[in-house]
Design a protein around this ligand. Sequence first.
Ligand code: NDP
Length: 398
Amino acid sequence: MGKVLVVGAGGVATVAVIKMAAMPEVFTEIMVASRTKSKCDAIAERIGGNRIQTARVDADNVNEMISLISSFRPDLVVNLALPYQDLHIMEACLKTGVAYLDTANYEPPEEARYEYSWQWAYHERFREASLTAILGCGFDPGVTGVFTAHAAKHHFSEIHYLDIVDCNAGDHGKPFATNFNPEINIREVTQKGKYWENGKWIYTEPHEIHKPLTYPGIGPRESYLIYHEELESLVKNFPTIRRARFWMTFGQEYLTHLRVIQNIGMARIDPVMYNGVEIIPIQFLKAVLPNPGELGENYKGWTSIGCRIRGLDKQGKERTYYIWNNCSHEEAYRETGTQAVSYTTGVPAATGAMMYMKELWKKPGVWNVEQFDPDPFLEELALLGLPWHEKFDIDLEL
Ligand code: NDP
């Protein structure tokens, strides 16, 4: 059906490429390109059979990206590198006439600021070039947006309250590790909290608001209100939403380490001089922390991510609704050699890429996932390893 170029070769890319390789009728040719070619080769070797081509590329160098795209000539570029590369890769896609998909919104390296404005600004250029760009197609953002679109399409006439709940009840046996790129993860969880209420953003101190929430098959876990990027697109695309919040579980050990890391300056994103060399503390910290892509081996337990929604049903009656997926770290590791956070991101990225290849998610412009038809995506997502469940008219705890 089409050729795909995957940029990045971390845990998320590993899962996405394994899934794509298993669908030769959809992904006729696959190339993985990243900064460190040996990591691309390791993915290709794992899959075997000369199925995967590899290349080295610095995705921040638009000209390098353009020549790679021009020589491989993919139908779609799937960006599974870091958010810093988003705009450079989008620019290269525009210059070469190729569609684009990613899992995290652009943020400038020098400031941990999460907003879609930079990528939404590309809408007209993609539209005029008749090219599709699909933003935020991991789990959160990604499946959480599709869950919301599914709720709006099938179960609600108006969504009033949306709470996205993200629980990692797994144990990797290490004193401290992050589940995806440490630099991006720590930048995200140490910023101020923020949620949408009655038409405006309300700000909180980091981790100020928290409460125990009960997750299916897991039980109660302390959950902290943090800002997460999909809130911005969801309140725009579903304007009946009165309040939208995002909750994530953290263990006490994790929070204690995080506080110490911040207090001693290791979370700093500005350069400091060390022995005559300029280093960025959080990037040095990444180099000494466990690699999230390799946490899988001893990881036990489950993740549970979903949407809790309150509003009016199709007949105008009050209703509550919970839709979620539980994913096992052990099963993710058995299948792909990575843990459930890489798995729950890589599978939706491969599913979204499949939606594009099948022309089910294809329209000129820059779009968030909830702006496409949720039905074919959710059907394939379950078949590809992330089954989802729903409950109606229950106590949402929120
Ligand atoms: P990793 O750090 O494991 O992998 C990132 C990869 O990108 C590495 O292979 C890295 O190369 C490569 N890379 C970095 N900079 C460049 C560059 N300039 N040019 C080419 N390649 C580059 O991260 P993860 O796999 O854990 O995460 C990947 C993405 O997924 C991130 O953007 C993250 O924010 C997103 N994510 C989204 C989630 C969601 O649910 N939506 C959840 C989790 C993650 P090298 O090996 O040389 O460093």
